[in-house]
Design a protein around this ligand. Structure first.
Ligand SMILES: [Zn+2]
Length: 150
């Protein structure tokens, strides 16, 4: 749904004719809430995505939605551990940002960014449990240390 831009963001709901208090982003309250904004333009989400990239050993400027997906499609190919971790992290990231958005929208407690990042790391550790990892590759060792993969 996120890739197809079908998530019921506030802007989409208003376009569908639903009466909503306002169309502002729940994280920053500065601009209309669109898919592109809440995932890769909002400073809140960008700081989490930046932390994920750093855990993957990638230090670069964050792009927009299409830019990030196109970067992933171009750079992450094959069956390397980095590709596997990155794909899982992207999926987990989209899930947790949307879940956090819904929690805040419906009055839930705000979670610190460190807790959210930890939940993504735990998700990846569980998903990679039993995954064959070449531990003679120094990049894999660094990834395992960063992500806490045993
Ligand atoms: Zn925002």
């Amino acid at each position: 749904m996120a890739i197809l831009d079908r998530l019921p963001t506030r802007v989409r709901l208003m376009r569908m004719g639903l009466v909503i208090e306002n169309d502002r982003c729940i994280f920053c309250d500065l601009v209309p809430e669109t898919r592109n904004h809440i995932f890769f333009e909002c400073d809140y989400a960008k700081s989490l995505w930046k932390a994920i990239l750093l855990l993957c050993g990638v230090n670069r400027r964050i792009s927009h939605w299409e830019g990030e997906l196109s970067w992933a499609a171009h750079c992450l190919k094959g069956k390397s551990l980095l590709t596997r971790v990155f794909k899982l992290a992207l999926t987990s990231y989209v899930y947790v940002i949307w879940r956090e958005r819904n929690k805040r929208l419906y009055g839930g407690l705000l979670r610190p960014m460190s807790d959210i990042l930890l939940s993504i790391k735990t998700d990846i550790q569980i998903r990679l449990d039993g995954w064959p990892i070449n531990r003679s590759d120094s990049r894999n060792i660094a990834l395992c240390v960063s992500w806490g993969i045993s």
